[in-house]
Design a protein around this ligand. Sequence first.
Ligand SMILES: Nc1ncnc2c1ncn2[C@@H]1O[C@H](COP(=O)(O)OP(=O)(O)O)[C@@H](O)[C@H]1O
Ligand SMILES: [Mg+2]
Length: 276
Amino acid sequence: MKPDLIETSAIGAGAPGVDAKDTPNPGPQSTILYLEGVTVTFDGIKALNNINLLIYEGELRCVIGPNGAGKTTMMDVITGKTKPDSGRVILGKDLDLLRLDEPRIASSGVGRKFQKPTVFERHPVWENLELAMTTERKWYRCLHSKLTSETRDRIEQTLHLTGLMPVAFRAAGQLSHGEKQRLEIGMLLMQRPRVLLLDEPAAGMSDRETEQLAELVESLRSTCSMVVVEHDMDFVARLAGERGRVTVMAEGSVLMEGTLEQIKKDETVIASYLGR
Ligand SMILES: Nc1ncnc2c1ncn2[C@@H]1O[C@H](COP(=O)(O)OP(=O)(O)O)[C@@H](O)[C@H]1O
Ligand SMILES: [Mg+2]
């Protein structure tokens, strides 16, 4: 797919975690997701307050912030579950997501994972993956008859990627919490998302499960852009590394953006979140 391009100069900010001295002539960066001035009001309270956010193509952006900061609401707006009072939400170069309903946004390449896994419990793991691409499969079936081997390859790839090959034939209902979470990510991958939104994916997981999840998320870097909301700071540190950009949200806005090191030193962030 040809990447959509937006000149970064038009919307400010340089590339995530890239110093100008490292890349003398980085050229235009493509933007995968762009929120501008988004406000959502619930019962007179602003869950999102004129928030701006820009995610680059291929970026893995971690978002942190206290409970009630509006992180989930932001994902609800991107996926079309909640329509904002005002603002713009753009996918890629110019796809206006506010004009689309939830299914259309999903089929445009926005994959969203909720905290609680939603898998087909009675179906084997591999079949969950097959079901996840049903719409696309029907479409392909009209065009090609050789689909079966293509589907099989995709399922196999995803089983490898998610580390679920050993349990491929087990009913999804029998998986551990961590395995279910990875299966759900696998199901999203079957739809070839351009951007994946993960809301507190490590919640309720054991250390080992969190480790496996981090490995999976890291292995997806080259596959799609990702926005990961997470409280587990070790998990965030691992995903962000030294140069990854982390967004701190508070009271419906972006409080700060920077590397984890910059954020940890920031007085405002310490006062409102980290220091609590
Ligand atoms: N459907 C809703 N109805 C009313 N208030 C809501 C609704 N969803 C979220 N809120 C409120 O919006 C604010 C932001 O919530 P949320 O986006 O869930 O925060 P976070 O995910 O950062 O913890 C909170 O004050 C919350 O109570
Ligand atoms: Mg939340």
